[in-house]
Design a protein around this ligand. Sequence first.
Ligand SMILES: [Zn+2]
Length: 57
Amino acid sequence: MEQGRRQLLLGTIICKKCDRIIAEQDTEKVIVYYVECNKRDCKEQAVAEREVQYIEA
Ligand SMILES: [Zn+2]
């Protein structure tokens, strides 16, 4: 069964290490967040500082 309203998920959270989509969020703009995912390979490379970039389309 489907609900009447549909929401577009424009916000995407992508791992900047492995380029995997971690999550999607409902946002007003098309936006991409680059973070590190929970994989060890990604975390080990991650430095203490967090870098978040966003791209508007
Ligand atoms: Zn990753």
